[in-house]
Design a protein around this ligand. Structure first.
Ligand SMILES: Cc1ncc(COP(=O)(O)O)c(C=O)c1O
Length: 362
């Protein structure tokens, strides 16, 4: 578990505690659509897309980060701390940072996001639109994160800081698990849900889906997809230990995490809950191809991190047959269309050029 900076609650001991109030969630319910007949090849079972790009921050991250911010504010308020003393801090130059900034705006608290100077301009613009203070620092997320922690540690004692790690926090996993709660309510017969397909970065999404399946008494399979250029879980499983990868450099930038959570390794190895996890590696180029195919079919722009999961519906459909050929025609497999705001329509066109170049090289 990553270091979580804790506020010094002694500072607030003179404040009058509020009666504990539950806040509304900052994420909304996303749609679930049946795409079985729209895929290039008839799949072994029904395929449903869970459209997580519909969240106000552009990705599923709002479920988990939003929950972390929400529960931290509830904790602060139960100690009588007013909203103007609560401050959200994040250091993700991607969708987790956007989710932190959006949640802070939603709950009317201030937010600072420290991002490396190489972070995409579109993210800086969106962070500012959500009202966050943006600090550009360092050449990597780690450097930006260290700078952020220094800022938190030297902040006024009156401030109640909420530090948002992008994926390593049980409150984040609990928030992500609401995706499965929703799917269970959206299908006609929950017993037909036989599995989920999602991309794997640091493991927050996976942990949430696993927990959601347990919570909703769903047994079945989870198919995890990584790119060969960011093989974090693959290498972790090989080492049977939490390891740090050097130089993770994938075009699926949001999946390029140098380590995963202990919980993810444990869930992957666990066979006790009737849930079996599988892992497949695809190439960056497959992720780009899926972004383009998805854009043609569904008219939406998503990141390669999302294309990674979607690839099983397009050029990598063989992976569906490999992992799910035991399913029946009316069984349901849910593909998590995790979204992401880091890719523009312009970049999607560049992906087409990259693919053309890579194909002429072959
Ligand atoms: C769009 C998108 N998909 C997938 C992931 C992977 O999520 P996790 O790091 O929780 O595994 C991320 C992480 O930032 C993301 O932004």
């Amino acid at each position: 578990m990553s270091e979580i900076l804790q506020p010094n609650l002694n500072t607030y001991s003179k404040l009058k505690p509020n009666t504990h109030k539950k806040l509304q969630s900052s994420h909304s319910r996303t749609s679930l659509i049946d795409v079985t007949d729209k895929l290039p090849i008839q799949p072994p079972c029904r395929i449903l897309f869970k459209n997580e790009m519909e969240h106000a921050s552009g990705s599923f991250k709002l479920r988990g980060i939003g929950n972390l911010v929400k529960t931290s504010i509830e904790k602060a308020q139960s100690k009588g701390i007013p909203l103007n003393q609560i401050h959200v801090f994040a250091s993700s130059g991607g969708n987790a940072g956007l989710a932190a900034a959006y949640s802070a705006k939603f709950y009317n608290v201030s937010c600072t996001v420290a991002i490396p100077i190489i972070a995409k301009p579109i993210i800086q613009t969106k962070l500012k639109e959500f009202g966050a203070r943006v600090i550009l620092f360092g050449n990597s997320i780690n450097e930006a994160d260290q700078h952020l922690k220094n800022i938190i540690n030297s902040a006024s004692q009156d401030i109640f800081p909420i530090y948002c790690h992008p994926f390593d926090n049980p409150e984040i996993w609990h928030g992500h698990s609401t995706l499965v709660d929703e799917v269970s309510q959206q299908v006609e017969n929950k017993d037909k849900i036989k599995g989920f397909v999602c991309s794997f970065g640091g493991g927050g999404l996976y942990n949430g889906i696993y927990q959601g399946m347990v919570q909703n008494d769903i047994s079945g399979d989870i198919l995890l997809l990584e790119t060969a250029q960011a093989p974090t879980l693959t290498e972790t499983i090989k080492a049977n230990n939490i390891i740090q990868l050097k130089n993770v450099n994938s075009l699926a930038t949001s999946l390029a995490c140098s380590y995963t959570t202990k919980q993810s390794l444990q869930y992957y190895q666990d066979r006790d809950n009737g849930i079996q996890s599988h892992l497949e590696l695809i190439d960056d180029m497959d992720a780009l191809r899926a972004c383009i195919a998805y854009n043609k079919c569904c008219k939406k722009t998503v990141e390669p991190a999302c294309g990674t999961a979607l690839s099983v519906c397009y050029d990598k459909i063989d992976l569906l047959f490999k992992n799910f050929s035991h399913l029946k025609k009316d069984d349901i497999l849910v593909i998590v269309v995790c979204g992401g705001s880091c890719t523009t329509d312009e970049e999607l066109k560049q992906f087409e050029q990259i693919l053309k170049k890579s194909e002429t090289k072959l």
